[in-house]
Design a protein around this ligand. Structure first.
Ligand code: GLU
Length: 447
């Protein structure tokens, strides 16, 4: 049987066994497409049903999360943790609290996380979790009661050597605090390494807050340097305004770029003169308000709910909001307007059609698995500090992050070239991420 037929048979079976999970299908389809290239060259990677095992989570947990709101009403949400692959280390990946969360979303994120974590070069497996709970508009007390109930089930499934959750959309420092408190109480031990993204006085790492956004910009810098370009004087669009976007904006501007727009789920803000990052942090991190407040308070900024942020001419686009936010039409508009570089701060923000457009139109593209790996890499550095009961300086940790991001870029670029697709970082990231996990799985037997 040809590799093509073999792989399309795996995929058809996966569609049947995982019906109604389009994001998971999308993430797997992209990886399998790259793996055909590996299997032609190294057919032993199909031995022992390795590919089928890779696409099947080791364990999937779904649980009820009941909690009492401020009116005394009982609310019921659904909690998830998908422990996808632990060949390289304990399951590692964030928790997402957002009404769109369902099993398919958690599986797509967990699947991506396997390859991303492998690319960091650090000993972490892949997992992801979350809930359909919507933190928007909830009081601190409601968030706390929800987190305590969520952890009351999750605590028996996690641990520093088993599974180490962190944040993602809707889960930041406040939520990690409540989750850690409840874990500590139930487990009756102060096990710092069980969660990452902790506060700095109780086991957190410097740079973890900034790491995903900074890392995406460090990756972009490498990708631009490989083409003789730089962020100095570049016009950059950053979608989103959460943790990833804020620190991508900060780092891009520190490197001499002008960030001309950012957004939230209601609209986008045009900032032709650049972004006042301290103002944005105050609105989003302290006041927890919408981005329209920024346009009300900053001269020269305007708020829009029509059209798309991707309609603006730019040199570099950094999608940092959420999955499938940038489609084929948006990608074509970016190309028409002269955009040359796209790097993903979010997980799978570009649709499959958008990626095709990047290829056809010569846009250099850093996929999320590689470009946004700085967050989880710094989580692994937090785990190292916890294991050695130490804490490192900002400069040292940031230097480690920069080296990790430049190592990822080099590995991805080298792998793409080795497999005959020079400059295709999607193929490079999928293959390089895959090979390390696959070698470990083959060495460890049929598990
Ligand atoms: N949620 C982040 C990601 O998508 C970080 C995960 C972590 O730090 O474990 O990679």
């Amino acid at each position: 049987m040809s590799i093509e037929t073999q792989v399309s048979e795996y995929y058809d079976k996966l569609l049947q066994r995982n019906a109604g999970e389009p994001e998971f299908h999308q993430a797997v389809a992209e990886v399998l497409d790259s793996l055909k290239i590996v299997l032609e060259k190294d057919p032993h990677y199909a031995d022992y049903s390795l590919i089928q095992r890779l696409c099947e989570p080791e364990r999937q947990l779904i649980f009820r999360v009941p909690w009492v709101d401020d009116e005394g009403q009982v609310q019921v949400n659904r909690g998830f943790r998908v422990q996808f692959n632990s060949a390289l280390g304990p399951y590692k990946g964030g928790l997402r609290f957002h009404p769109s969360v369902n099993l398919g979303i958690v599986k797509f994120l967990g699947f991506e996380q396997i390859f991303k974590n492998s690319l960091t070069g650090l000993p972490i497996g892949g997992g992801k979790g979350g809930s359909d709970f919507d933190p928007k508009g909830k009081s601190d007390a409601e968030i706390m009661r929800f987190c305590q109930s969520f952890m009351t089930e999750l605590y028996r499934h996690i641990g520093e050597y088993r599974d180490v959750p962190a944040g993602d959309i809707g889960v930041g420092g406040r939520e990690i605090g409540f989750l850690f408190g409840q874990y500590r109480r139930l487990a009756n031990q102060h096990e710092s390494g069980v969660l990452t993204g902790k506060g700095l006085t109780w086991g957190g790492s410097l740079v973890r807050t900034e790491a995903t956004g900074y890392g995406a910009v460090y990756f972009t810098k490498e990708m631009m340097a490989a083409r003789g370009a730089s962020l100095e004087g570049a016009k950059v669009i950053v979608s989103g305004s959460g943790n990833v976007a804020i620190y991508a904006i900060e780092k891009a501007q520190q490197m001499g770029a002008t960030v001309i727009a950012f957004s939230d789920s209601s609209g986008w803000v045009h900032t032709p003169n650049g972004v006042d990052v301290e103002k944005l942090k105050d609105i989003k991190e302290v006041r927890r308000e919408r981005v329209s407040a920024y346009a009300d308070e900053v001269e020269g900024a305007s708020y829009h709910t029509d059209g798309s942020i991707w309609d603006l001419p730019c040199d570099v686009a950094l999608p940092c909001a959420t999955q499938n936010e940038l489609n084929g039409e948006h990608a074509a508009t970016l190309a028409d307007n002269g955009c040359k570089f796209v790097a993903e701060g979010a997980n799978m923000p570009s649709t499959a059609e958008a990626i095709e457009v990047y290829r056809e139109r010569g846009i250099h593209f850093g996929p999320g698995k590689a470009a946004n790996a700085g967050g989880v890499a710094t989580s692994a550095l937090e785990m190292q500090q916890n294991a050695s009961r130490d804490s490192w300086s900002f400069e040292y940790t940031d230097d480690r992050l920069q080296k990790i991001m430049s190592g990822i870029f080099k590995n991805v670029a080298k792998t793409a070239k080795e497999y005959g697709h020079e400059g295709d970082y999607v193929i490079g990231a999928n293959i390089a991420g895959f090979k390390k996990v696959a070698d470990a799985m083959l060495a460890q037997g049929v598990i």
